[in-house]
Design a protein around this ligand. Sequence first.
Ligand code: SF4
Length: 407
Amino acid sequence: MRPLSHSSIGMYIECPMKWHFRYVQKVPEKPKHFFSFGKSIHDALEYFYGVKTLPPPSIEEVLQYYSDHWLTEGYKDPKQEAEYKEQGRAILREYHKKHIDQFRIPYFVEYGFNLEVDGVKVTGFVDRIDKVGDDRIAILDYKTGKAFPKDAAVLSDQLTMYQMACEQLLGMKVERLTLYHLPSQTPVTSEPHSQSQVDALRERIVKVHSDIKGNLAKLERAEIKHFPTVFERSPEFSKQAKVSAETTCHWCDFKPLCPAWEHAYGKPAAAPEPEALKDDAKIAKLIDRYGKLHDQLKELEEKAEELKDQIVASLGEKGYVRAFGERYSATVRHDERWEFGPENKKTVLDAIRGAGYWDRVTGPLAAKVQELMRDPGLPMDLRDRLQRMGKKVESATLRIKKVSEES
Ligand code: SF4
């Protein structure tokens, strides 16, 4: 299962069915202008703070970068896009003016992390991390949406997750957590989150993960037809969700595909699969089939090896070289060969050459030496010397044949 992130956990709590459309079926969503706008501003700030040496980029450089990397998707028309673009310019100008004098190169910009929370993989990105002491850091996340209340940073699960990740992976103590509202240039800051907040988030991550696993298994066994919709999610998730079911569905792109909206849109058609995903899905299926066969083969080989050892031992005890089952016969042949080790290779060859047997071992070396060792006419002194340099390795091969195939 793919690692969970703050936003995928939030989406699952909002509506498991929506999560399934988005992360498993990978149904494309309509581009949203607010995502494009937020990303364009985040990218410009990443450029501003991403310098390796001082001085920081001037406002002209930041605005040039912003303009060159502006994302155009999701705006309803060019007028709306132009208004947002201008609003973004104003935000960046104001931000630059306010922060240029205290500019310091951050400890990390866009810090990507991969974390394990009680065995569950979690991933994410922190906008900015500043070092505020030898072993202390400050975490900051930029927001471009609506204004938020003063206690937003104190209550933010996203900041709890960042605190967990940074403390665990960087080995630093978090001194403060900030949500920075860019349109109003307002930071709201919190002390480090408490252990009980961290524990509650751990529990939520584990609960979401086990719920997803349970639903995926039920879907595979055909015990359910689809993931629970917002109206069917667990009561625990309903309590945790920040918006009502109606609001969740109102903004959801998947309504025409959703079983909860069949009364309004008719029977949902199968989710459209983009071409690239079809190819990816085909490759994934082949890999899984191959992996499964590989595992089965390994298991069978191990079982066969065990049986072979038991048969060889039993035949050996009885002094048999051949025995029969109802449908198969087994014949054991004992082989021996000599291994000399790389450290003795030169001495072995010198000994053979010195004894006048060099022409017998030219060619594929290991096989020729084995042949020579099996030769009963080999002089005793050469055999002795070679035997002292090597060690005898015995092996047994078991040939299995159907009785009807016996000649
Ligand atoms: S339409 Fe509503 S119930 Fe269906 S996936 Fe979207 S949010 Fe969930």
